[in-house]
Design a protein around this ligand. Structure first.
Ligand SMILES: Cc1ncc(COP(=O)(O)O)c(C=O)c1O
Length: 362
């Protein structure tokens, strides 16, 4: 049996998702034409369930994208005229800033010390900034910001398009979609699906700005402008390119199940319950510590744990034979840390099980 993985992505797939994959194969879903009525129905179910699960306001649009990184690129290309401002607190938020720089934007960076979250209150955002990027859950360090931080930045900068990367938190924690213009995430984290699909949620302001930039020949999205994505979506929940049909099918079914089983409130409670087990274990252990020292900045969904390098090696080498696997560290803190996914597919008994085994290896 392969070990139960606590990797932060690709992450554990639940028994239900594995059986959906089997069903998709039996029903030959992946052979459907992406211009067929059957696909249209599958896509409609995914979009409607996304709207319901994430409480997406009616005037926001939902688009598919290939990945979170491509969503960064799409957000910048469609909605940043010239000056972007990035709250950088680790490798993924830094990648977002680099994506904007690679498109020739005038990039300003607010950098948090490693293992901390940005100081949102004292951010000096230059005049003329037309695009602001926040990473809600910085997966490389396990630092998280709050919905209040996001709302405050939006209120203080009403002219700019505010974009939030929710890749490693979406689905497990509450989000206030109306408080930002663009949200995006890929599905291989909390949604517990195979990689290769991302979701972009777009406000009317972001959409209008993309249109205006298109008219002025400032839009860098090429064939993938929001207007073209929208017109395909409006047709029959279609996409410009041949999409990841399997992932869209799995997404619709996963959210359907979650909505029938208590919805986002249930998933959030379960996430907090499992986090408490980790918190108790790490806080009481002499061998481990959270990489993020400020308690309220610690992620509930992707934990980053500090430990001695030899112990980390022992965990990576020893755990698989005992039925588990934890995630490797990432970025500058790679050798000093390991990471733990606290995603919905992981059961409380799995958390108790891996903690018991880690105790033996310490
Ligand atoms: C916060 C964050 N943003 C972006 C990405 C990139 O996601 P993808 O590989 O789906 O493009 C990741 C991947 O771990 C992430 O954690």
């Amino acid at each position: 049996m392969p070990p139960i993985t606590f990797n932060v992505g690709p992450s554990r797939l639940s028994a239900e998702v594995l059986s959906d994959i089997k069903l998709a194969s039996d029903e030959r879903i992946m052979e459907l034409s992406h211009r067929s009525e059957e696909f249209s129905k599958i896509s409609e179910m995914a979009v409607k369930n996304l709207r319901q699960y994430f409480r997406i306001p009616d005037d926001y649009q939902v688009f598919y994208a290939p990945s979170a990184v491509s969503s960064m690129q799409s957000a910048v290309s469609n909605c940043c005229r010239q000056r972007s401002y990035h709250f950088v607190c680790g490798s993924f938020s830094d990648m977002f800033a680099q994506a904007a720089a690679s498109l020739g934007k005038d990039v300003n960076i607010n950098e948090a010390p490693i293992g901390e979250m940005n100081d949102f209150q004292n951010a000096a955002i230059p005049a003329g900034t037309d695009f602001i990027a926040i990473t809600h859950n910085e997966t490389s360090t396990g630092a998280v910001c709050s919905m209040e931080d996001i709302k405050a930045i939006k209120e203080q900068n009403p002219e700019a398009i505010l974009v939030v990367d929710i890749t490693s938190s979406a689905g497990a924690v509450p989000l206030n979609i109306a408080d930002a213009d663009i949200w995006f995430f890929s599905v291989q984290k909390c949604l517990g699906l195979p990689s290769g699909l991302a979701i972009m949620i777009i406000s009317p302001r972001a959409y209008e700005k993309s249109l205006a930039m298109e008219k002025n020949r400032e839009n860098l999205a090429g064939y993938y402008t929001f207007s073209r994505l929208q017109s395909k979506m409006a047709e029959k929940y279609f996409t410009i390119n041949t999409p990841n049909i399997l992932a869209i099918y799995l997404l619709g079914r996963q959210l359907d199940r979650w909505l029938k089983n208590g919805g986002s409130e249930y998933i959030f409670e379960d996430t907090k319950q499992k986090y408490r087990l980790w918190d108790e274990f790490i806080s009481q252990s002499a061998s481990f510590d959270f990489f993020v020292s400020q308690q309220e900045r610690r992620s509930l969904t992707s934990l980053c744990v500090l430990a001695d390098e030899n112990l980390i090696t022992r965990l990576h080498e020893g755990l698989p034979a005992m039925g588990y696997q934890v995630g490797k560290g990432y970025g500058p803190s790679k050798s000093r840390t390991f990471r733990i996914a606290n995603f919905p597919a992981i059961k409380e008994e799995d958390v108790r099980g891996v903690i018991k085994v880690i105790r033996k290896l310490v």
